[in-house]
Write a protein that binds this ligand. Structure first.
Ligand code: ATP
Length: 221
């Protein structure tokens, strides 16, 4: 077993279309609750199934940068946005392992809704060798093994760590859950409000709303 010296690093991927306070509180609360050294935000590249996106991957990245820049524990990884090929989480984790080595504990942060679909992710079983997973509660999405697909429920049972302190003891392989302040905010809701000419203020940072305004994003066509 390699010796561990650094605190676990949180990795938070998402479309962030746009980033909102649900994302920001998840990342902020995960640091204290899970004992993380920081959180690296990883905005997704343009998903291939999205036709003629109104907002580019670069713009989503820029909004994440604006929302997170005042927090010294946050950093932003542009690797998936910069990639021309579709980026899969497993490949991003392999890149981060090459960059940061095999001993650094990684904790992939996912909301309960995202984790429920985890067994559909590309090479999902390989992900357990690369990172721990922390599943956050989200309004409307129970974090219960009974509600997961059978293969995923089985991994959940095997890998579940009742004590989050276990995250720092190995680089990868565990699953924990954590309860964050429940905020029923979604990017879909923000896009819908803006598309209908309504206010999304206080659901996301002003710096992001200013960017949306300047670039005239999320307007209905
Ligand atoms: P959309 O409404 O477009 O599907 P979203 O608001 O779910 O977007 P994503 O970028 O798809 O945002 O989510 C990135 C990650 O953040 C996912 O793991 C998701 O579960 C989590 N997440 C998003 N919103 C919340 C929230 N309000 N509370 C907890 N987790 C959240």
């Amino acid at each position: 077993m390699p010796e561990i010296s650094n605190p676990p690093l949180g990795l938070f991927g998402g479309t962030f279309d746009p980033i909102h306070y649900g994302h920001l509180r998840l990342a902020e609360e995960s640091i204290a609750q899970l004992g993380l050294g920081g959180v690296r935000w990883i905005p997704a590249g343009q998903p291939p199934h999205r036709v003629a996106p109104q907002v580019t991957a670069r713009q989503r990245l820029e909004m994440v940068v604006r929302a997170t820049e005042k927090n010294t524990r946050f950093s932003v990884d542009s690797g998936e946005v910069a990639s021309v090929a579709p980026s899969y989480t497993v490949q991003t984790l392999e890149r981060l392992r090459r960059e940061l080595g095999d001993r650094q504990p990684f904790v992939l942060l996912v909301g309960a809704d995202a984790f429920a679909g985890f067994s559909d992710w590309h090479r999902w079983r390989d992900i357990f060798a690369l990172t721990h997973i922390a599943v956050s509660h989200r309004p409307g999405f129970p974090v219960e093994a009974d509600c997961l697909p059978r293969d995923l429920a089985s991994e959940f049972h095997t890998r579940y760590l009742a004590d989050v302190g276990g995250l720092k003891c190995s680089p990868a392989g565990g699953i924990v859950t954590f309860a964050m302040t429940q905020l029923a905010i979604s990017a879909t809701q923000v896009r819908n409000l803006l598309g209908n000419g309504l206010s999304a203020r206080y659901l996301l940072p002003d710096a992001v709303l200013d960017y949306i305004d300047i670039h005239q994003l999320y307007k209905s066509t």
